[in-house]
Ligand binder design. Structure first.
Ligand code: PLP
Length: 419
């Protein structure tokens, strides 16, 4: 184990070092679902509730000004983290919330009957259902770009569909099932040539990929803090300034009104136009601490180590008779999913739980992808930088044992692939 990693495990993630789930030695490998908060995040949350809690942009008193300044500081920090400007940052309640906000705004003011919207077969439901509903409401049509057998986005299909000049392409940066890293550097210019705006779902990408929205030139990008060692219930929608100016607010309420000249209402400019109601203020404080923490550990170091860990997992798991890893994408990050047929994914995850491993089973909210793969579910391994190769080795041993015990019980796990 690298020295830095040993330090952060013990110092910043005691539950990970001791074994989660009341210290019973559980190895936590479900980081694609949510990550554990680092200690600095927990301190920031406590500090917020003890010293800063008041509503923002509303009071002239000292505490409200302090809370407002802290939130705006986090906006600045988030903008720097993404390579955007603070006016382009909207605080949301998570990636799903950001995508719904966008889809509502597009349905209300941008999409017209007959318009084409594209998403892909590998999306999380949070980047499908909001667009499906937006299309239903506006009379536009949603089509999905195909995924190849290997689990890559089918670039030929994308090119063909772009010829029809879709209004929007909403796609993930990293698949939450296959770990496919989509070549955004290639896709976004192609989309823009067709006059198509691009929404990037970066929920799985922010921790393991450095993301600069200016370099990418995406029109919108969303993520959640809880997949970055931050708290739940808070996220970010980053949008190009010209788009945020052009779109309607998507939802309405206190905090986003500039002037009411009844019945005419004028709204705030920039990101604040989209922040109706009281934001998740403690969550935003936690998000700021999470971003600072990732910067301090080093995003390049995190990305390199997580890549090494995933590569190790791929090597170990693919050598186990009966384990079939889903897809072989050109580039994989963050997650690896597998099946152990004829065992059900649910049963494999339950057996792993009994052996002290926390992995997710099911469709991982990627129903369209599982339908494409002809599977009712899979088991997902998603290590983070606080996990170790030793934990992956222990998981591989546990899977081997599950396979051999099943075979002894007459369940032919891997029988076809053995020998
Ligand atoms: N998009 C992707 C690719 C995800 O993996 C997830 C969560 O797993 C989401 C969106 C939704 O994130 P949240 O539940 O934090 O809104």
């Amino acid at each position: 184990m690298a020295e830095w990693q040993n330090v952060i495990r013990k110092r910043d993630f005691p539950m990970i070092a001791q074994g989660s789930c009341e210290g019973n030695g559980m190895v936590y490998l479900d980081n694609a679902a949510t990550t554990q908060c680092s200690r600095p995040v927990l301190w920031a949350l406590e500090d917020y509730w003890q010293h800063q809690h008041a509503n923002v942009h509303r009071g002239v008193y000292c505490l409200s000004s302090k809370a407002t300044a802290a939130m705006e500081e986090t906006r600045q920090l988030t903008a720097e983290f993404l390579g955007a400007s603070p006016e382009e940052i909207v605080f949301t309640f998570g990636a799903t919330d950001g995508l719904n906000l966008l889809a509502n705004a597009f349905a209300a003011g941008e999409l017209k009957p007959g318009d084409l919207v594209l998403s892909t077969e590998m999306e999380h439901n949070s980047n499908l259902l909001p667009w499906l509903e937006a299309c239903r409401r506006s009379g536009a049509r949603l089509e999905l770009v195909a995924v190849t057998e290997a689990g890559n986005l089918d670039m030929e299909d994308l090119r063909r569909k772009l010829e029809r000049k879709p209004r929007l392409l909403a796609l993930t940066a990293v698949s939450n099932v296959l770990g496919t890293v989509n070549p955004l550097e290639e896709i976004i210019p192609l989309a823009h040539e067709a006059g198509t705006a691009v929404v990037v779902d970066a929920a799985q990408a922010m921790r393991c990929r450095e993301t600069d929205v200016r370099a990418l030139d995406c029109d919108f990008l969303v993520f959640s803090a809880h997949k970055l060692m931050g708290p739940t219930g808070v996220g970010v929608l980053c949008g190009k300034a010209e788009w945020l100016d052009r779109l309607g607010p998507g939802r309405f309420g206190g905090g986003m009104l500039r002037e009411l000249n009844w019945p005419e209402a004028a709204y705030e400019a920039g990101g604040r136009k989209f922040e109706a109601g009281t934001p998740n203020l403690s969550g935003i404080a936690g998000l700021g601490a999470a971003l600072e923490y990732l910067q301090a550990v080093g995003r390049k170091r995190i990305a390199a180590y997580e890549k090494e860990l995933l590569h190790h997992a791929e090597k170990r798991l693919s050598a186990i008779g009966g384990v079939r890893i889903l897809g072989a994408p050109e580039q994989r990050a963050g997650v690896l999913s597998f099946v152990m047929e004829p065992l059900q994914a649910y049963d494999v995850a339950m057996l792993l739980d009994k052996k002290g491993f926390a992995l997710r089973s099911g469709r991982h909210c990627a129903d369209a992808l599982h339908a494409r793969l002809g599977l009712s579910g899979s088991v997902r391994l998603s290590p983070a930088f606080y996990n170790t190769k030793g934990e992956i080795d222990a998981l591989a041993d546990a899977l081997k044992e599950i396979g051999s015990v099943s075979r002894k019980a007459g369940i032919p796990v891997g029988e076809k692939t053995r020998g």
